[in-house]
Design a protein around this ligand. Structure first.
Ligand SMILES: Cc1ncc(COP(=O)(O)O)c(C=O)c1O
Length: 390
């Protein structure tokens, strides 16, 4: 054990935004055009090019993106939509917006992603869609998921809230299935404070999404307050208020230009964590799979509880006592009161997710982390392990 370093306070996350972002947002504010406009359309163009998609539609959050994507494929009352139980509530909540039922699927213990075999078991004649979530940025088994969904005529909408940039079998996430939803929430790998993007190959979907994100009003109505616009507009559908602003998009454009560089830093942190933790018998490091790359949005360390005299919650307290803030991703949805009340889920229903939940800890990993902070986290984890190992 190395000597105890000077105590540091390590936050779980710190947004990596600098003067370039400040200037880009200030320029928009000074321009007098604050909401969706030229910066947003430029952000869409560059984002589509970056992930290799034909179309990208900017929206106010990933929750909005998932909602609009489900609407675009026609999910409606009485339908079922498959969702992994290990995800944030947004993935399942959007299903209920459309009067459909979220059906929870267990996860694969290696990747923490939706288990394709359990997905197939849960398909019924009412199953309309599946939402694979790329947990922590690790791509799902898309080949198997697309094969099963193709056979059963189930639509695929990827929840890529964590997965920018990530790739699967040589293709970037965002260019693989019918619709993919991204998040630019404050803690994500690219942030606009709040925000989201939908990518798609389908021209029809793109047109529908552009209309539905802004009240169902015909495209280009945003121009109606500009010199080139006119006062006339038509409302084609009953839509939503889900557009992104130019202030957010200006921030997003700077972040997008830095996306690869920020990813390299997270990759390097993950390499150092893995090299340090792999020899410890009380913990298990995230997998590395040769056919896919992760965004390293999260670094989920798993505890071998039989090697420790403390549980996961106490492990978190011990790290906090040493100044390291952590989190847990995620409390499985079938353990949450609302899904138990509305769909009669109960503890034990999705056993793999539950077992992994009880031994998971997300460590700090972000592109603004300093060298001494990375070393400190490594020291703190090793110190807790050596103090509490059996
Ligand atoms: C897996 C997953 N999906 C969806 C969301 C929702 O993203 P947003 O906050 O942009 O609506 C989150 C947010 O953390 C998430 O973790």
């Amino acid at each position: 054990m190395t000597a105890k370093p000077l105590t540091l306070q390590i936050p779980f996350h710190r947004a990596d935004v600098g003067e370039d972002e400040v200037k880009a947002v200030s320029d928009v504010i000074r321009s007098g055009w604050l909401t969706m406009g030229a910066r947003t359309f430029e952000f869409e163009r560059q984002f589509a090019r970056y992930v290799g998609a034909s179309h990208a539609i900017a929206v106010s959050s990933c929750t909005a993106a998932l909602h609009l994507a489900l609407e675009a494929v026609g999910v409606s009352r009485g339908d079922e939509v498959l969702v992994p139980t290990t995800t944030f509530t947004a993935t399942a909540e959007v299903v209920t917006y459309l009067g459909a039922r979220p059906v929870l699927v267990d996860i694969d213990a290696l990747t923490l992603n939706l288990d394709p075999a359990d997905m197939e078991r849960k398909i019924t004649p009412r199953t309309k869609a599946v939402i694979p979530v790329h947990m922590a940025g690790m791509p799902c088994d898309m080949k198997e998921i697309l094969e099963i969904s193709g056979r059963h005529k189930v639509r695929v909408i990827e929840d890529a809230a964590h997965a920018l940039p990530a790739s699967y079998q040589g293709k970037k996430i965002g260019s693989i299935s019918e619709l993919t939803a991204f998040s630019f929430y404050a803690t994500k790998t690219l942030t606009t404070g709040e925000g989201g993007m939908i990518t798609t190959e389908s021209e029809d979907h793109a047109r529908r999404l552009q209309v539905m994100r802004l009240h169902g009003i015909a495209r280009d109505a945003w121009k109606r307050y500009s010199a080139e616009g006119s006062w006339f507009y038509e409302v084609l559908e009953s839509g939503f208020k889900y557009n992104l602003t130019d202030m957010q998009s200006a921030l997003g454009l700077v972040q997008l230009a830095r996306c690869d560089e920020m990813n390299l830093v997270r990759e390097e942190i993950s390499r150092r964590y893995t090299a340090a933790f792999k020899p410890l018998e009380a913990v298990e490091v995230p997998p590395s799979l040769s056919d896919r790359s992760t965004s390293w949005h999260l670094y989920v360390l798993r505890l071998n509880l039989d090697r420790l005299r403390i549980d996961r919650n106490k492990f978190i307290q011990e790290l906090a006592a040493r100044g390291v803030s952590t989190s847990v991703h995620f409390i499985p949805l079938h353990l949450q009161p609302v899904y138990q009340r509305d769909y009669q889920y109960k503890p034990g229903d999705l056993p793999v997710a539950e077992r992994e939940y009880h031994r998971s800890i997300s460590l700090p990993i972000y592109s603004g982390m300093r060298d001494d902070e990375i070393e400190y986290v490594i020291w703190a984890v090793a110190d807790v392990v050596s103090t509490w190992s059996r």
